[in-house]
Design a protein around this ligand. Structure first.
Ligand code: SF4
Ligand code: SF4
Length: 452
């Protein structure tokens, strides 16, 4: 392998430790927008878009319900949400083995919000070069006004972000109304302030330091990479020895040492120094370098998503067992979640046999068991539920055949199950069936003939 000389990262980018990211254009920037744009919109839409007065997503602790796109779910459906998270994690692992840290560069909320805040910074304080110049100047007049505008917009963006996040747990209309009328409780207000401060701090002030020092994902990336993982790499064999455009000779590589790849890097690294844990695979340096290659009429791809095997042996990435394994787990998890969603019930049925009195005798002298039937409707449109019993022919149920749900969405009723058959065994298996018209929920139980 060719040795690349160590060099100091240009101080034109990092001033006093602060990175002034230069925005660039190109294929990967468009791709990032194509991925992160809908994710950002979905983050806000889930809370702010309402169907029949209900948001697309709400974790309602008070009524122990989850609302998801007009569907009501109960806490016991949380495993389905956990399944979705497991599927998301598998997708991240699959992407990490195939393409390195693309999650970080293209879809991670930290990156998405950081780019958003960088855009606000560019809009208010000007481009990276202007901002770098202003670092050494006294903060008065227009620069001061621009700085105030930047921080004001950052605070506003942080507050809207925090409000939206809180709206996942408290209906957003209530939240806005409480805020406007200054009637917000201390707990909610404190939560909003903490969330806003975290957003402002992470996306505005520390940005790449979260990725390089705080995020654990960067640390265990190392164990996921293999020699076929495509990650952003500099083709040293083609680029070195690097020379400025004016110094180029016949022995020079394609790199013109313009530093553009460093200036656009959100983590402030020089990819020409080789693979570094700070790199989030955002592709900004690829776009910047491709622009330079176009200008000097050299082929694109001096920096590109390439695997070690591609770089050294020109070998195409292959399907490895680990990649196939993550793909398989992802497929199975998604299939299980889809199955779970399709087979979930809108009604919860609980049947409790009276254990204090195993049996009792009714007015006809028949042995009976007593059961408490509890119903809870997940879907608030359920009003009437028909209750039936499946079991041996000699058993019959005494109690209302139709139950009306109360305003709370639940109801309970005691039933007597009695026996007319003298030949019935001591223990019989039975099933209670609740029918809403659209859902059929059953609960198994036993009937005992033992006398107390
Ligand atoms: S952008 Fe390309 S040409 Fe310019 S310094 Fe980086 S690798 Fe070299
Ligand atoms: S080195 Fe390139 S891909 Fe890596 S973080 Fe910097 S700009 Fe993004």
């Amino acid at each position: 392998m060719q040795q690349i000389p160590t060099r100091t990262v240009s101080t034109t980018t990092a001033v006093g430790g602060k990175i002034h990211v230069r925005l660039t254009r190109g294929y990967f920037q468009n791709l990032r927008r194509l991925i992160s744009g809908p994710m950002l919109m979905m983050y806000f839409a889930l809370v702010w878009v309402q169907i029949d007065g209900q948001p697309w997503l709400l974790f309602d602790f008070a009524s122990r319900r989850i609302m998801l796109f007009g569907t009501h779910m109960a806490w016991h459906d949380l495993p389905l949400m956990a399944g979705l998270m497991i599927a998301g994690t598998c997708l991240m692992f699959f992407a990490a083995v195939a393409w390195g840290r693309v999650w970080c560069g293209f879809a991670c909320p930290q990156s998405i919000w950081s780019w958003l805040f960088i855009r606000i910074e560019t809009l208010t304080e000007g481009r990276a070069a202007t901002r770098r110049r202003q670092e050494d100047q006294a903060l008065t007049g227009t620069p001061l006004a621009r700085r105030i505008a930047k921080h004001s917009l950052w605070i506003l963006a942080s507050l809207v972000t925090a409000m939206t996040f809180t709206g996942y747990f408290i209906p957003i209309r209530e939240l806005v109304s409480d805020l406007l009328n200054l009637q917000m409780g201390l707990a909610t207000a404190s939560w909003l302030i903490i969330m806003s401060a975290l957003t402002y701090f992470n996306a505005g002030l520390v940005r790449e330091k979260v990725c390089t020092h705080m995020c654990p994902y960067a640390r265990f990336q190392g164990v996921m990479f293999d020699s076929d993982t495509r990650t952003v790499s500099y083709d040293a064999a083609r680029g070195e020895p690097r020379r400025g455009v004016r110094e180029k000779g016949s022995d020079a590589g394609d790199c013109v040492d313009c530093d553009l790849c460093v200036q656009v890097c959100p983590t402030g690294i020089d990819i020409r120094d080789g693979l570094q844990y700070e790199c989030i695979d955002c592709g900004a340096c690829i776009d910047a370098c491709d622009t330079v290659m176009d200008k000097i009429k050299r082929p694109r791809g001096l920096i590109a998503f390439r695997s070690e095997n591609q770089q050294q042996n020109n070998a195409s990435p292959v399907l490895r067992p680990r990649l196939a394994g993550y793909g398989m787990i992802l497929f199975v998890t998604i299939a299980a979640v889809v199955y779970g969603f399709q087979n979930r019930n809108n009604l919860l049925l609980e049947v409790l046999r009276d254990r204090n009195t195993i049996t009792h005798t009714n007015a006809l002298g028949e042995l009976c068991n007593s059961y408490l039937v509890k119903l809870e409707a997940i879907d608030p449109t359920i009003e009437q539920v028909k209750l039936t019993l499946q079991g041996p022919a000699g058993l019959y149920l005494t109690g209302p055949a139709q139950l009306t749900m109360e305003a709370s969405g639940s109801t309970e009723q005691t039933y007597q199950l009695c026996n007319r058959d003298p030949d019935l065994p001591i223990r019989s298996e039975i099933t209670f069936i609740a029918d809403t018209g659209s859902d059929l929920v059953s609960k198994p139980g036993i009937f005992l003939q033992a006398s107390h």
